[in-house]
Design a protein. Sequence first.
Length: 347
Amino acid sequence: MLLHLVGRLNQPPSDPYPISESEARLVADNGLGPLFWTLAQQGHLGASVQSIELLQSADMTARVIAARSRNSLLQILEVLENAGLEPVVLKGADVAQRFYPEPHWRVMGDLDLLLRNDTGHEALKILEAEGFRNPTSHPDELWDGHHHVVPVYHPDLKQWVEIHHRLITDKSPFQEEAVFLEPALGQNVVTDDSGERPIRFLAPALTRLHTIAHWYFDLMDRWGDPGLQRPILDCLFMRRSGLSEDENRESQELVRACKLMGFLLDELEDEGPKPPLWWPLPGNIQQIHELKPGDSALRAELASAAFSEYLVSATRPGFQAKLLRAWVLVTVRALTQRITSRQRQRL
């Protein structure tokens, strides 16, 4: 429900949602405080003084962090470009500037830059000379063969940076997707001259596909992670900016991922009744419908189980094993909760 409320942004207010202080803290902890502060200002939330203060504080903090990240980004781009490199800004730093109505609505933990033509390690050495370091106990070699080099951190700037040399990890089902590889990449880098300095980004359509591909892959290992909501909101604001959603050129797997994202965006924006495309197990659906209103947590667990089973049936064998394990764990947890709930009712 909390994520669904974001679909009300910039819409006429009706039936304000009574957000509790614990819910306000939840959205603030997950980087959605600025969005919910705006929802409160627009009359979509009914909240206590404490909740309002919490959301406003999250908004103010996000503004400071966004400004600091922006300044760090400009400094890093200048250093790399002065060395003759051509960094391309990816992910959060991209969508915040180009697609969100307010850049600070898109809180991010790091800056992601793509360095093509095998210049990633050269860029890393330049950043290390500027004071960036790997602050962890993990050796740099751990990232050999990964789609980005070791993440580095600057203690004074308080900024993480990831240097990517490929868009997609080789563990992804989209690793051979032509749109993410050379020479297509060379044709899909654009320069934005509207800010303080020219900045290279992926073409908007490729940014959207890249966002969806990462999100779809992360559904395996991070099911239930609050971070999975962020790409959904990224795509929501891309859609609202007028970005086309034509996937006719892509593979069946990527088309499936895009349709899945489109389904969720329609849900957020209440785009009318939806066919049950994503629920392959009627038994699970029936269980969900039979639950009482007080069983909302269990309802969500069973919905997750059915959704995971859909993904198992729709993806390649490598994904199926992990997703099947996730589905089993979710189902067992859901049944355990249901048994516990019934035992408490008897008591």
